[in-house]
Design a protein around this ligand. Structure first.
Ligand SMILES: [Zn+2]
Length: 155
């Protein structure tokens, strides 16, 4: 456990101010719910409460838990096939559309977007996923996917 070195006093109503440094680095905004945990029967731990809504679109329908994130079916499909959500069997009925996009083009687009994301992160080191998505003009789901690619490629 890391000691932040920050000390705040309770006020007359038992309230405590969460230091702005912690709120900024932990992505906690005014009005966000905070959960209390008790560690080893003596240490109080505060954590930003995350409900079971989709991380990307806040939908509560058909939400799956994956690697500390909740994600809905729709966003999951977008991650699997960025840019569009195909109907079942669509690619079989529409071979012409598939051949219009050469096998290598999606990969190239991803690499191009990864470079743009790296640049955006370098220029806005404190931007969150939503802000990065706006800078790049892509979905938050796509930013998240690209970030994972970048970190897994060991750069
Ligand atoms: Zn979603």
């Amino acid at each position: 456990m890391k000691d932040t070195g920050m000390i705040r006093s309770l006020d007359s109503l038992g309230r405590i101010v969460v230091p702005v440094e912690i709120r900024m680095t932990r992505n906690i905004d005014i009005g966000d719910p905070i959960e209390f945990f008790i560690l080893n029967d003596e240490i109080i731990v505060l954590r930003k409460y995350t409900s079971t809504e989709c991380t990307f679109c806040r939908s509560l329908d058909h939400v799956t838990y994956y690697k500390d994130q909740f994600i809905c079916n729709t966003c999951l499909k977008e991650l699997g096939d960025p840019g569009r959500i195909p109907e079942a069997g669509e690619s079989l009925q529409n071979p012409a559309e598939d051949s219009a996009e050469p096998a290598g083009s999606r990969r190239t687009k991803t690499e191009e977007m990864s470079r743009r994301l790296e640049k955006a992160i370098a220029e806005h080191p404190y931007a969150n996923q939503k802000e990065l998505a706006e800078v790049l003009g892509i979905s938050q789901a796509r930013v998240s996917q690209l970030k994972r690619k970048l970190s897994s490629s060991g750069k």
